[in-house]
Design a protein around this ligand. Structure first.
Ligand SMILES: NC(=O)c1ccc[n+]([C@@H]2O[C@H](COP(=O)([O-])OP(=O)(O)OC[C@H]3O[C@@H](n4cnc5c(N)ncnc54)[C@H](OP(=O)(O)O)[C@@H]3O)[C@@H](O)[C@H]2O)c1
Length: 293
C-alpha cells in the first residue's frame, strides 16, 4: 500500500512514518508540499499514485486563529475540501485529523462520535468545517478526532510540546509554575496514536473516530504528573483558572473523548494517559542519552 503523509515532520507525522513501516510511505513536507496550493498538491499526489493520503497539516495555534480566521479556514477547512476532492478523483483513501475542541465542553461524561459539536473558537469552527468537507467530498475517508498531542518531534527541537515545556520550566529553577485546572482533557502521545492509525488504515471501516489515550485529567494534573514522573517537586505547579490565564480563544472546560467506534472496530485499546506519559518520558530520556553519547 502506498501512503502519502502530509506534514511528515510534525509531531504526529514524525511517529506515523515508522508506525507505517512495511508500507510504501511517501513523506511530504511543508513548504515544498503545501495543502493550500490545491493544484500543485493535486499534481504531486497524482504523480505519487498513493492508495491513501494522511493529512496531519493544520493551523492549530488556537489563540492566533482568533485574529487570523482567513488563515485558519484556508488550512483547516478549504484546503481539506480540496484534498478530499483530489483523493476522490484519484481513488485514494483520505485520513484526516480533527480535534476535541469541536465540542463546547458542557457534557460531564466522555463525548461520543455522535454527540453534537459546538465549537467555541475560530480554530474549532475551522476544524469542524474541515470534517464536514471530508464527509461531503471524500467517498472513502477516516476523520480522527484526538486531544492533547505530545510527541518526540516536540522534544527533538521543532518547538516544544506541553511535556517539554514543563520539563524545561522544571529545569529553569522557577519557584512557581501556574497551570490551568479548569479544562479537563486526555493527553495523548503521538506514538500510540500513530500505531492505531496504522491499524485503522488497513481496514475499510471508514467514518468518524475518537482516538485518545484513556482516562482524563486537568492540564494542572497533567503537569503535576510530568513533574512526579520526572523526579521533580510537583508542589511548585500551582492551579489557576482559565480566566486568570486570559487566553484569547475560548476552550471547552471538558473535552474528554470516548473511543467508542475504535473499540467497536476491534483496534488495540489505548493506554491510560499516565502510563503513556511514563512510557514517553522513559523513551525521551533514552533519546537524549543517544544524542549525547
Ligand atoms: N497538537 C495537539 O495537541 C492536537 C490536538 C487535537 C488535534 N490535533 C490535530 O492533529 C493534527 C496533527 O497535529 P500535530 O500536533 O502533529 O501538528 P504539527 O506538529 O504542527 O504538524 C503539522 C505538520 O504539517 C505541516 N504543515 C503546516 N501547514 C501546512 C500546509 N499548509 N501544507 C502542508 N503541510 C503543512 C507542519 O509544518 P511546519 O511545522 O513546518 O509548520 C507540520 O510538519 C492536526 O490536524 C491538529 O489539528 C492536534
Amino acid at each position: 500500500m502506498r501512503i502519502a503523509i502530509i506534514g511528515a515532520d510534525g509531531q504526529l507525522g514524525t511517529d506515523l512514518v515508522p508506525a507505517l513501516k512495511g508500507q510504501d510511505v511517501v513523506p511530504l513536507f511543508w513548504p515544498e508540499f503545501d495543502i493550500t496550493r490545491a493544484e500543485a498538491a493535486a499534481e504531486t499526489l497524482s504523480q505519487i499514485r498513493a492508495d491513501a493520503v494522511i493529512n496531519t497539516a493544520a493551523f492549530h495555534r488556537v489563540d492566533e486563529c482568533e485574529d487570523r480566521a482567513d488563515s485558519a479556514f484556508a488550512v483547516n477547512a478549504l484546503a481539506v475540501r480540496d484534498l478530499a476532492r483530489t483523493c476522490r478523483s484519484l481513488g485514494a483513501v483520505l485520513v484526516h485529523f480533527s480535534t476535541d475542541y469541536v465540542f463546547d465542553g458542557t457534557k460531564r461524561t466522555p463525548y461520543l462520535e455522535e454527540d453534537r459539536p459546538g465549537p467555541l473558537s475560530v480554530y474549532a469552527a475551522s476544524k469542524l468545517a474541515g470534517e464536514h468537507f471530508v464527509r461531503a467530498y471524500a467517498d472513502r475517508a477516516f476523520v480522527i478526532r484526538t486531544c492533547g498531542l505530545y510527541g518526540k518531534s516536540g522534544c527533538l527541537g521543532k518547538g516544544r510540546n506541553f511535556v517539554e515545556t514543563m520539563l524545561h520550566l522544571a529545569a529553569s529553577g522557577r519557584k512557581e509554575i501556574k497551570v490551568i485546572d479548569d479544562q479537563v482533557v486526555t493527553p495523548t502521545p503521538t506514538m500510540e496514536l500513530a500505531a492505531r492509525v496504522a491499524e485503522l488504515v488497513r481496514t475499510d471501516a471508514y467514518g468518524l473516530y475518537h482516538m485518545t489515550a484513556e482516562g482524563s485529567c486537568s492540564w494542572h494534573e497533567f503537569a503535576r504528573a510530568i513533574f512526579e514522573l520526572a523526579g521533580r517537586d510537583p508542589s511548585i505547579v500551582v492551579p489557576v483558572d482559565s480566566a486568570a490565564f486570559g487566553a484569547k480563544a475560548r476552550r471547552p472546560a471538558y473535552s474528554v473523548l470516548e473511543n467508542a467506534r475504535m473499540k467497536a472496530t476491534g483496534l488495540t485499546p489505548f493506554s491510560l494517559w499516565r502510563d503513556a506519559l511514563s512510557a514517553y518520558l522513559s523513551g525521551i530520556s533514552s533519546v537524549s542519552r543517544g544524542r549525547t553519547e
